[in-house]
Design a protein around this ligand. Structure first.
Ligand code: BES
Ligand code: MN
Ligand code: ZN
Length: 510
């Protein structure tokens, strides 16, 4: 993991592999962003012209390498695009800084030390750059060493940047220090969520995930309760047991509890944790199951958010529920046509075993509701329909409370996670009517993401504020890396959940 420090040193004297600077898109070509003055001066004030000659425009995602000017201890300058230059009285947006820092950190894989001379107007900028560096530097190579050891990895440039120095960050400023500490906690836990998502399903079984949660609970002083298949059967968790029943790797329900002595609010986070979704008896066709190790991304996000809340010592109580199961076809698997008796007591006719996420979530939502939290937020890679609606970078937000849905949306925007509010149209409930049971686990195909949201709503306790985040699109990046987002597991929703916990602690939510 990359280590970050703040430094008020001048760029020329810094011993590093590279100095990272920002370049923005101005009205008349690229402009050098604040923070890079020393580099510009050493280029006789002609750095913008040099960058333009090299083809730089300042566009977001752009990266230009140039030799450091004479007298610099670092050999290389890396100019990263910040997008449009802000107006005369405006600062660079946090997300622009986060993405630019991420682009640079990704390019610096294999380097030992880099200095980031990006615009730092305030502590928020320190946090954004810090997050961008740590998230951009991420790589998953647990399964990549081929027995050749670290030296080959280094040669391939896969070892993340070791040290990042944030220039313009003040090491003795309390706000700057706090912003860096927050960025470090958030990014480290988010990266751990990415590791869990990327871990292949033969290794990350429900029991293995629960064991990892137990380790983290011990490390961070969280209370943890793990229900195994026997305990789930005793207590009547028909949804989780039904979904997990086809797999030799038995299901678990993990409850992680973080409490703070000064807290007067209680948030519950519920995560879909399907460690592998084959579809079950309603088997997915080839081409649709290769990435389905990502189907526990919701649980990974919840896990990371609870641990982060603990590391930050937020004055709010947070309970995380991880509904862990593997969805497999077998002689013991749930069949289309089966009726499950859920933890809430409701019966569900399973019409499609591939609509399994809502079944495990229903039980966890009901369990979370029993504690009467001030709000419940569930996170799930729930429907392909949400990907069709919003694409691969935006998650959908549904809620039984319009004001809460807006608050969640605002929190997501604040931390740089693209999200969009979605409705829960009442008329879609009809499609889930079952001749046999209280409800079916499938309804109309059109609006499938909303149908899933309506199903979940039935398992939220009376009067409890609830939001549902369908992260099927952004949870797993099948394209190339961009900004601070790598290929594979992204850690979607972690930062939104952490922000919700912070806002609740500050009394600004619910
Ligand atoms: N895990 C999938 C949804 C998904 C699809 C997540 C693609 C990420 C990428 C979910 O369990 C599922 O299979 N949903 C079905 C529901 C349908 C059978 C009602 C879907 O969306 O097709
Ligand atoms: Mn499925
Ligand atoms: Zn699924």
């Amino acid at each position: 993991m990359t280590a970050l420090t703040l430094s008020t040193s001048a760029a020329p004297g810094l011993r590093a592999d590279a100095i990272v600077i920002g370049v923005a898109k101005g009205a008349k070509g690229p402009v050098v962003a604040p923070g890079a003055e020393a580099v510009d001066t050493a280029y006789d004030g002609k750095l913008a012209a040099v960058l333009e000659t090299l083809g730089a425009s300042g566009a977001e995602g752009e990266l230009t390498k140039l030799p450091a000017p004479a007298g610099f201890k670092a050999p290389l300058v890396i100019a990263v695009g910040l997008g449009a230059q802000p107006g005369p009285d405006a600062d660079y947006e946090a997300e622009a800084l986060r993405r630019a820092a991420g682009v640079a950190a990704r390019a610096l894989a294999g380097a030992k030390k880099a200095a980031f001379a990006l615009p730092v107007e305030d502590a928020a900028a320190v946090g954004a750059i810090g997050e961008g560096v740590l998230l951009g530097a991420y790589s998953f190579d647990t399964y990549k060493d081929n027995g050749a050891g670290k030296s080959l990895k280094a040669k391939n440039g896969r070892v993340p940047l070791a040290d990042g120095v944030l220039l313009g960050g003040k090491p003795r400023d309390a706000a700057h220090k706090a912003a860096l500490a927050r960025a470090t906690a958030v990014a480290e836990e988010l990266n751990r969520a990415r590791d869990l998502i990327n871990t292949p399903p033969n290794d990350l079984t429900p029991a293995a995930f629960a064991a990892i949660a137990q380790g983290a609970a011990k490390e961070h002083g969280l209370k943890i309760q793990v229900l195994d298949d026997k305990a789930l059967a005793k207590d009547g968790y028909g949804g989780i047991l039904g979904v997990g029943g086809g797999s030799a790797a038995t299901p678990r329900l993990v409850k992680l509890t973080y409490t703070h002595a000064d807290a007067d609010k209680h948030l519950a986070f519920v995560g879909k944790g399907i460690t592998y979704d084959s579809g079950g008896i309603s088997l997915k066709p080839a081409g649709h199951n290769e990435t389905m190790k990502c189907d526990m991304s919701g649980a990974a996000a919840v896990f990371a958010a609870v641990v982060t809340a603990a590391r930050l010592g937020l004055p709010v109580n947070v309970t995380g529920w991880l509904a862990l199961a593997e969805n497999m076809p077998s002689g013991t698997a749930v069949r289309p046509g089966d009726v499950l008796r859920m933890y809430s007591g409701k019966t569900v006719e399973v019409l499609n075993t591939d609509a399994e996420g809502r079944l495990v979530l229903a039980d966890a939502l009901w369990a979370a509701s029993a504690e009467q939290p001030d709000a419940i937020v569930d996170v799930a890679t729930l429907t392909g329909a949400m990907m069709l609606a919003l694409g691969s970078r935006t998650f959908g937000i549904m809620s039984n409370d319009d004001a809460f849905r807006s608050a969640v949306h605002e929190a997501a925007e604040e931390v740089g996670e693209p999200a969009w509010p979605m409705p829960l149209p009442e008329h879609l409930r009809k499609g889930m009517e079952s001749p046999t049971a209280d409800i079916a686990n499938m309804g109309e195909r059109m609006g499938g993401g909303l149908v899933a949201g309506l199903f979940l709503r039935e398992f939220v306790g009376e009067g409890i504020t609830w939001a549902h985040l369908d992260i099927a699109g952004p949870a797993f990046n099948e394209g190339g890396a961009f900004g601070y987002t790598p290929k594979g597991g992204t850690g979607s929703a972690v930062r939104t959940l952490v922000r919700l916990a912070e806002l609740t602690a500050e009394g600004d939510l619910g």
